[in-house]
Ligand binder design. Structure first.
Ligand code: NDP
Length: 464
């Protein structure tokens, strides 16, 4: 038994922190966990979970119109934003309760307070006027939306924390950014009937993804009625009189009228005022906590996981880093988090699911790249009379036959990417895909029936 109050003190009750707190508690460690806002963190309270609920809500208008082709007559319909917000709130409150319950049953002590490090072993719980000590400390404070405060009118904009709880559904919205959050919310608002414009400083939305994904998504979003303005930035937002309450000035000289402006221009690590300097914890220029391959900081007893380390900003990654931290710090089994081949989904409309290398990145790494590609109308859209197409794509190292990238655009793309991730992680070759029996009728069967390459890239140059 040490002289510290806790064996482990976790700062932050998000995905990474809660997992570490709960499992360390169930190992019999004396654990404390401080969370200043709501248990569950970004993912549960203002990220993945409410976002996906809103995506579902926004898809109903298409379902209603598709229903006619299947013989249904759908009666009068209306949408109530406040009911969606209230129901979302009830669901995240339920999940928040489950997180707290899990910690309580592991005998982890929860403190509803901001925690500030005073030194490497001392934590001040500011809301409680109390100081505690711990042998080991885990920083899991996550990130927060970046706001460019130098932009005139930034205070009139909302970020992704605030957008879930807008008082009313706007008639029109301008969304700045070209990443995950911008395209997901563009789909949500457009689906709910809001006039939606994306403003992005680059040439192509989601430009770090495979080019087929971003090109086809771009076209589909425009087809669904989203306006996309590229190579432009918002330079100022002003209050306006008239039909729309805001006037949005762009760097290309355009002025847009809107009721809301959402800034979705990245997330930054939550380290401000955390006392890291007092504890001697090194931070990078972007404010993230610097860690080694085991999530260990430069201070012997302090570790950090999740978005606060700005490695890969994804919930399952934070959870995995936490589990590896517990193995390393408490079980004598040094375990590095594995950041290779992380499947990811963008809940855009249409949805994206992807794992591994884009065609462009594969062409930089491999001399002979084979691309297998199917672009087709999924069966569901036939009777619905919907023209939306789906993409399935495999990127293969032609020399080893290993599948190095798998990409999907269309319904359930995220579900497919999760399973494709297993195949790629197991180093499946194209021949393994070929000898897997197709499951018919499904969209995923395309992944095992694309027998000939659509084209090859040799030394980075495309051959037909
Ligand atoms: P992203 O990093 O995905 O995208 C940020 C976008 O903002 C980029 O297009 C970037 O442009 C642009 N940008 C950055 N700074 C500025 C600026 N000063 N002015 C104008 N534009 C700017 O961040 P998000 O905010 O969309 O999401 C944050 C992270 O959260 C994601 O990276 C992802 O890891 C995670 N997330 C995951 C989701 C999922 O798994 N489905 C859903 C939502 C979020 P450029 O491309 O030129 O750099």
């Amino acid at each position: 038994m040490t002289s510290y109050d806790y064996d482990l003190f976790v700062i932050g009750g998000g995905s990474g922190g809660v997992r570490a707190g709960r499992l360390a508690g169930s190992m019999g460690k004396r654990v404390g966990l401080a969370e200043e806002f709501r248990m569950g963190g970004t993912c549960v309270i203002r990220g993945c979970v409410p976002k996906k609920l809103y995506v579902y809500a926004s898809q109903f208008p298409e379902h209603f119109s598709d229903a006619a082709g299947y013989g249904w007559t759908v009666g009068e319909r209306s949408f109530d934003w406040s009911r969606l917000v209230a129901n979302k709130e009830a669901e995240i409150t339920r999940l928040e309760g489950l997180y707290a319950k899990g910690l309580n049953s592991a005998k982890t002590e929860i403190f509803a307070s901001r925690a500030v490090l005073k030194d490497a072993h001392t934590i001040e719980l500011t809301a409680l006027g109390k100081t505690v000590t711990a042998e080991t400390i885990l920083i899991a404070t996550g990130g927060r939306p970046f706001m460019d405060e130098s932009m005139p009118g930034h205070e009139l904009c909302v970020n992704s924390d605030q957008v879930f709880d807008l008082k009313s559904l706007p008639k029109s919205i301008v969304i700045q950014g070209g990443g995950y959050i911008a395209v997901e919310f563009a789909g949500i608002f457009n689906g709910l009937g809001v006039e939606t414009t994306i403003v992005y400083r680059g040439k192509q939305l989601l430009s770090r993804f495979d080019s087929d994904l971003f090109t086809l998504l771009n076209d589909a979003m425009i087809e669904k009625g989203i306006r996309i303005v590229t190579e432009a930035k918002i330079t100022a937002v002003h209050e306006a009189e008239g039909e729309h309450s805001l006037s949005v000035s762009l760097s290309n000289g355009d002025v847009l009228a809107a009721d809301q402006v959402l800034q979705a221009i990245g997330r930054v690590p939550n380290t401000k005022g955390l006392g890291l300097e007092a504890a001697g914890v090194a931070m990078a220029g972007d404010g993230s906590v610097v860690v080694d391959a085991y999530s260990h900081t430069n201070v012997e007893n302090i570790w950090a996981v999740g978005d606060v380390t700005n490695r890969v900003q994804l919930t399952p990654v934070a959870i995995h880093e936490s589990m590896c931290f517990l193995e390393t710090a408490f079980k004598g089994n040094a375990m590095r988090p594995d950041h290779e081949l992380i499947p990811t989904a963008v809940f855009s409309q249409p949805e994206i699911g992807t794992v591994g290398l884009s065609e462009e990145d594969a062409a930089k790494q491999y001399t002979n790249v084979e691309v297998y590609r199917a672009h087709f109308r999924p069966m569901r859209n036939t009777l619905a009379g919907r023209s939306d197409k789906m993409l399935t794509k495999l990127v293969v190292d032609g020399d080893s036959r290993k599948v190095v990238g798998a990409h999907v655009l269309g319904p359930d793309a995220g579900e497919m990417a999760q399973l494709l991730g297993i195949a790629l992680k197991a180093s499946a070759t194209k021949d393994d895909f070929d000898r897997t029996m197709a499951l018919h009728p499904s969209a995923a069967e395309e992944f095992v029936t694309m027998y000939s390459p659509s084209y090859r890239l040799v030394n980075g140059v495309r051959e037909s």
